[in-house]
Ligand binder design. Structure first.
Ligand SMILES: [Zn+2]
Length: 276
């Protein structure tokens, strides 16, 4: 994302210093024309930075821009060894930046391409205000058109109800929590983070969006994922570093990557202003 153009090196160094060994960079970028952005990041391989993997995919926001040439480009990029998932793909009925029937068609098309590429999918799902519409549609599409692939995926930035998380678990998905798990009003997200099986949980930042408390309102960055680990730990009675370590192990296991090392950088148990 261009939000990091001025300090990308320093941002990645801060992430490594904060104890982050591995990152998956989401490759939706700003849409067609930047579909290889996460692969470029993954190709850095700099000492003192996290190991970076990539995804490719067209976000539902940009679904209306997708052409056949873009789909061909995505399938070619998906063969890159750094690419471990296809996404973010899905439905966003909150912003409706693309017509819903176009979002659905581009979602289903990319499920077909991801299946051909043998990659799990990273799902973005956001319903209209005060509605669960996109969850119901998205999970039904996944049940009908994806579950049989056996490839599973990640529900990223989970904001739904336990019922939705449970349906996703049944379809072989991991549930990923972002900075908004720390927001005071997000009790439904914390309920899910407390109750789901620990071995099915991932943590993320959704940088540059959704900076967790106590950084809320600022640009988010990977180092702040510590605050998500802290919140998950508090909810589950675990030290924050243990919550971070366990979710990192889940990541390696799900994506069949080498296991995480034993490097556990301490995370202080208290943060000012964390959600209660
Ligand atoms: Zn998203």
């Amino acid at each position: 994302m261009p939000q990091f153009d001025a300090d990308r090196d320093a941002m990645l160094a801060r992430a490594h210093e904060a104890g982050i060994d591995t990152v998956v960079a989401i490759g939706s970028g700003t849409g067609p024309g930047s579909l290889d952005c996460a692969i470029q990041l993954a190709n850095r391989e700099q000492a003192g930075e996290p190991r970076i993997y990539a995804t490719v995919g067209i976000h539902p926001h940009e679904a209306r821009l997708a052409t056949d040439a873009d789909f061909e480009e995505l399938s070619a990029l998906a063969r890159n060894s750094k690419v471990i998932a296809w996404g973010e793909i899905g439905l966003d009925y909150f912003y409706d930046h693309s017509p819903r029937e176009v979002q659905r068609a581009v979602f289903v098309k990319q499920l077909d391409l991801a299946r051909a590429a043998k990659l799990p999918v990273v799902i973005h799902c956001r319903p209209s205000a005060d509605s669960q519409n996109a969850w119901d549609e998205c999970l039904e599409i996944l049940r009908q058109q994806w579950a049989a692939s056996g490839l599973g995926g990640v529900l990223h930035c989970f904001t739904g109800l336990m019922e939705h998380a449970g349906r996703a678990l049944d379809l072989g998905f991991m549930i990923s929590f972002a900075g908004n798990v720390t927001f005071p009003k997000a009790q439904n997200i914390r309920d899910a983070a407390r109750e789901l099986p620990l071995d099915r949980i991932l943590i993320e930042t959704d940088s540059p969006f959704l900076a967790p408390v106590p950084h809320r309102g600022k640009r988010n960055e990977p180092a702040y994922v510590r605050e998500v680990a802290r919140q998950i730990g508090e909810l589950r009675g675990l030290p924050a570093a243990e919550a971070g370590y366990q979710t990192a192990q889940n990541f390696s296991r799900f994506f069949r990557l080498p296991p995480q090392g034993e490097r556990k950088v301490p995370i202080p148990s208290q943060s000012q202003g964390a959600a209660r």
